[in-house]
Design a protein around this ligand. Structure first.
Ligand SMILES: Cc1cc2nc3c(=O)[nH]c(=O)nc-3n(C[C@H](O)[C@H](O)[C@H](O)COP(=O)(O)O)c2cc1C
Length: 186
């Protein structure tokens, strides 16, 4: 069974991007995959500074995150855009987790990992401007994005009570994206 690690680029309580990641998790299960949803707040690390790495080594929470990435077949990311770009918490985690650790054997942990990209915003454009920037970042880390993306605008009204996307076309787009991810990773 294909295992998929899902997380959001926001740790805000009630974050729309976390709801989008959760909706993708439902789609993973429907595709026969095994979703694991995490909150980056549980893996919080200091702002990356090479002096911290040199003196204290890589924080345990980052090592825990690296293990999760390494032990899943694929990743699924949902994020808001901040000023059209990536959120600091996501970028910070990418920086930390990209550092090879002398205490684990996972090496370049993102290398070759299939990934699906999603964005959301309470605004009309659905955070879509972050997608090319996120795609560049994940490719630089060695991940392999599946074609397409999901973008959810007016996110405050986008989700139904069971956690799925209310709009049929958006829901179908998300299902297709997740199906491609599960197919690629399987
Ligand atoms: C620093 C900052 C920059 C933002 N820039 C954008 C933006 O460029 N485009 C946009 O649609 N929303 C922007 N927003 C609004 C966020 O989309 C909104 O706060 C959203 O709810 C955050 O995502 P979340 O619900 O997943 O926490 C910004 C918010 C912050 C705090």
């Amino acid at each position: 069974m294909t295992s998929v690690l899902l997380f959001a680029g926001s740790v805000r309580r009630g974050a729309f991007s976390r709801r989008l990641a959760a909706a993708a998790g439902l789609a993973v299960a429907r595709c026969g995959g095994k979703p694991t949803m995490i909150n980056l707040a549980d893996y919080e690390a200091p702002l990356y500074n090479a002096d911290i790495e040199d003196s204290d080594s890589i924080p345990q929470r980052v090592l825990d995150f690296r293990r999760l990435v390494a032990t899943h077949d694929a990743l699924c990311l949902a994020t808001p855009e901040y000023n059209g770009g990536m959120t600091p918490i996501l970028l910070n985690m990418f920086c930390w987790a990209s550092r090879p650790s002398p205490t684990d054997d996972f090496g370049a942990v993102f290398q070759g990992k299939p990934v699906a990209l999603m964005a959301s915003s309470p605004g009309r454009l659905g955070g879509v401007r972050v997608i090319p920037r996120l795609r560049d970042a994940v490719c630089e880390l060695g991940m392999v994005p599946v074609p397409g993306f999901a973008s959810v605008g007016n996110a405050a009204q986008a989700f139904s009570e069971n956690g799925d996307l209310g709009d049929e076309q958006l829901a179908q787009g998300l299902n297709g994206l997740v199906q491609r991810l599960v197919n690629r990773a399987g």
